[in-house]
Design a protein around this ligand. Structure first.
Ligand code: PLP
Ligand code: ZN
Length: 423
């Protein structure tokens, strides 16, 4: 176990109902600390809780953001007294037109494009920032290729912290701008994402006050994804859906949506009805889908090659836990081609008016495939998690959509163009 300044000077942290860090492999527990690997077996640590009595009414009376669930997260109970972003409580829309197109009876779209930096990453970063402050850090950092960079730079700016965001120098201009605008330290590293990740782990060991959200405070960060599960249940009127389709990168989100559903059942906030969890990947980076299809418990790393860059993690840390959750609940993991991803984006946009990034295209297209293969029950109530905004991945649709016609400014020309379109 590394001794950081934070863990030697403070003996106990006020992280709400969080009680300890517990190893997911061997069950060993250590006190709450800025640690992420088990001192006994190096397995991943996760947050364990002693929950107080929590009522629906107390949650409903809370802020209109993830902070309404603060008693279920590893954050101080007075978390809203410190500046942070207020992600969450995004729309859950009844998607009847998409349901008809997919051939399912009851479908909902959880539209996480509505977060402060337009992806679900705002949820996990806000929780990481709140925990990192209590754990004694003062700089928010991450290695990223996009959504995480946006979320970290924005949350740090809001809190008045410096941020250190590491990106591959080859990253697209738009992603550089949408991070740099928040004014933190943005380091374009000469190398690919693997190099950037390695560098982050090295820097986390050297800089005691840098909280790399997805490295040294990962156990706290990961808990933020539970709020997607909580919100879906609350927005359905405090009940669990029959099926949920979740995009998989590292796999953290999927395992935490499952954890969130289980917690609500144990706390008596919902009936603990059975639900099935499905994972969605792009074929160009589908190590978890492949392991599922092959009946394996371990995930063989791959070299990603897909337009769904926000999901392109070739060696997913939570892959084995995704397989556990999916098999335990009777779900599946499937993958779709880049062509199907683009079709998924367009289908969601034209049926429901929601423009998703490539990860959303993966979710929609995978749901379609799972219905066609009979794995997704068309009669069970289903929720699709749409985790990022299409404005972030315009390249995916550019050249595929455009003006219906270019016409001179005359009504006759418009009539002709319309006739040509419908004729
Ligand atoms: C990061 C990300 C995910 C999934 O993340 P996990 O690593 O599996 O938790 C899904 N969608 C979008 C848009 C993302 O940025
Ligand atoms: Zn262990």
């Amino acid at each position: 176990m590394t001794l950081t300044a934070a863990s030697t000077t403070a003996t106990s942290f006020n992280l709400g109902s969080a009680r300890a860090l517990s190893c997911r492999e061997c069950g060993h527990e250590i006190p709450l600390a800025p640690e992420f690997a088990c001192p006994q077996c190096f397995g991943p640590l996760e947050v364990a809780y002693d929950f107080p009595e929590i009522t629906r009414a107390s949650i409903e009376a809370g802020p209109k953001s993830i902070w309404r669930y603060r008693q279920l997260l590893p954050v101080p109970t007075d978390v809203t007294r410190h500046p942070n972003t207020e992600p969450g409580l995004t729309r859950l829309i009844k998607a009847d037109r998409l349901a008809a197109a997919l051939g399912v009876r009851s479908l909902w779209v959880k539209d996480d494009t509505g977060n402060p930096t337009h992806s679900f990453k705002d949820r996990v970063v806000a929780v990481a920032l709140a925990a990192a402050r209590e754990l004694g850090f003062s700089v928010l950092a991450c290695p990223s290729t996009g959504n995480l960079a946006n979320a970290v730079a924005a949350a740090a700016a809001r809190a008045g912290w410096d941020s250190v965001v590491l990106i591959p120098s080859s990253l697209e201009q738009a992603k550089i701008l949408t991070t740099a605008v928040y004014g933190g330290t943005l380091l374009a590293v000469e190398g690919n994402y693997d190099d950037v990740n390695r560098l982050a782990t090295e820097l986390a060991a050297e800089h005691e006050d840098w909280a790399f959200v997805n490295v040294n405070v990962r156990p706290y960060y990961a808990e933020g994804s539970k709020t997607l599960g909580y919100e879906v249940a609350e927005q359905l009127g405090w009940r669990l859906p029959g099926q949920v389709v979740v995009p998989v990168a590292s796999g953290s989100q999927l395992t935490k949506v499952d954890k969130g559903f289980q917690e609500l059942g144990k706390l008596g906030l919902v009936e603990p009805t059975p639900y099935r969890v499905f994972g969605a990947q792009a074929t160009g980076c589908s190590p978890v889908s492949k392991a599922f299809a092959d009946g394996l418990d371990v995930v063989q790393p791959v070299r990603p090659d897909t337009i769904a860059r926000s999901l392109a993690i070739g060696n997913p840390a939570d892959g084995p836990y995704v397989l556990d959750a999916v098999r335990r609940t009777g779900g599946a993991v499937a993958d779709v081609s880049d062509e199907e991803v683009v079709e998924g984006i367009r289908l969601l946009a034209r049926t429901e008016g929601v423009f998703a990034e490539t990860a959303g295209g993966v979710t929609v297209a995978t749901a379609k495939k799972l219905v066609e293969t009979g794995q997704l029950d068309p009669d069970a109530e289903t929720v699709l998690l749409i985790t990022g905004d299409g404005l972030k991945t315009l390249d995916a649709v550019s050249g595929r959509v455009g003006p219906t016609a270019t016409v001179p400014a005359s009504s006759k020309a418009v009539r002709e163009a319309l006739a040509a379109r419908h004729g």
